[in-house]
Design a protein around this ligand. Structure first.
Ligand code: ZN
Length: 305
């Protein structure tokens, strides 16, 4: 196992953030190429109604395809119990539901109060147990909300504990809005971990809206985070900040970790080559990242480890 698990979320978070629909065959090429480069976990789609997100309409087919790739952990995002049932049916190894820590955001986005979300989480936990599928909860807007502003950290901890009691097996702290800073990441990871345990508080889902993504990732690693979500080319961008990538960029994240001697299990040259699949399938779509343009520093391979 690598020191840090990189969970590629571009086929879900990246693609759902742009209006264009990537052809199913291109999605398959992308997923296969990243897996071949050493990426061990990919969030491949979302089981939302296709009428809401046509970009994700082929998620069942994509999950079935990804399942054929040996050694790849196939994750699907689910908005509710109905989506969870579809994802489990399609064969996902793991499912993840976003749970907005801002109740205003939750009511506006999925028309559910926190109490209703906890009921949904308990239902999904039952489905996941019956289907032998791993079930994670993404504590979204945990670092701040575009409607409410600051989100009470004690409330995040409370809702994480309640989700664990409802059957959630693992947590991701999600900086949905790109508000997080490293001090806040340290504080919140530590606080949630103290209540749900290190085995459950494993993951950070970071966006690079204000350029703090890698600093936040490093702060999380220092606090014992073992999984980092990222997306190839930072696909999707940020609608509020033109020129800013969406999720933290997988290529830059892998470069940082490998340069530090932290094993990701990923071949960076092979990973960089996967960008051409995106460029070809989505011509004109901005791809972010510094490492792809700057190249690898002289002696990089020798400096590793
Ligand atoms: Zn996201």
């Amino acid at each position: 196992m690598p020191d840090v698990l990189i969970s590629e979320v571009g086929p879900r978070d990246g693609l759902q953030s742009i209006d264009r629909v990537m052809p199913t065959e291109a999605k398959k090429r992308w997923i296969a190429a990243e897996a071949a480069a050493g990426v061990r976990e990919i969030e491949v789609g979302s089981f939302v109604p296709p009428s809401l997100l046509p970009q994700m309409a082929d998620s069942a087919e994509i999950v079935a395809f990804a399942r054929t790739i040996p050694g790849l952990n196939v994750v699907a995002l689910v908005p509710n119990a109905k989506g969870a049932a579809r994802a489990i049916e399609a064969g996902a190894h793991a499912i993840s539901i976003p749970f907005s820590m801002s109740e205003t955001h939750s009511l506006k986005n999925v028309r559910k109060s926190h109490a209703q979300m906890l009921e949904e989480i308990a239902t999904i936990a039952g489905l996941a147990r019956a289907g032998g599928v791993h079930f994670a909860v993404g504590l979204s807007t945990a670092f701040g909300c575009t409607i409410e502003g600051p989100v009470d950290e004690a409330q995040v901890v409370r809702l994480a504990v309640a989700s664990a009691e409802a059957g959630a097996q693992e947590f991701s702290l999600s900086d949905t809005t790109g508000y997080a800073n490293p001090a806040q990441v340290r504080r919140l990871v530590r606080a949630v971990k103290a209540e749900v345990g290190a085995d459950k508080m494993t993951t950070l889902h970071l966006h690079n809206t204000r350029g703090l993504g890698l600093a936040n990732a490093l702060a999380g690693l220092d606090e014992g985070i073992t999984t980092l979500d990222s997306s190839l080319g930072g696909l999707g961008g940020c609608p509020f900040a033109p020129g800013a990538s969406g999720n933290i960029v997988t290529e830059d994240l892998v470069f940082m970790l490998e340069a530090m001697g932290v094993d990701t299990g990923i071949d960076l040259d092979a990973l960089l080559a996967v960008r051409s699949i995106l460029a070809e399938a989505l011509p004109g779509e901005p791809l972010y990242g510094f490492t792809p343009d700057a190249g690898l520093p002289l002696g990089f391979e020798r400096k590793r480890a």
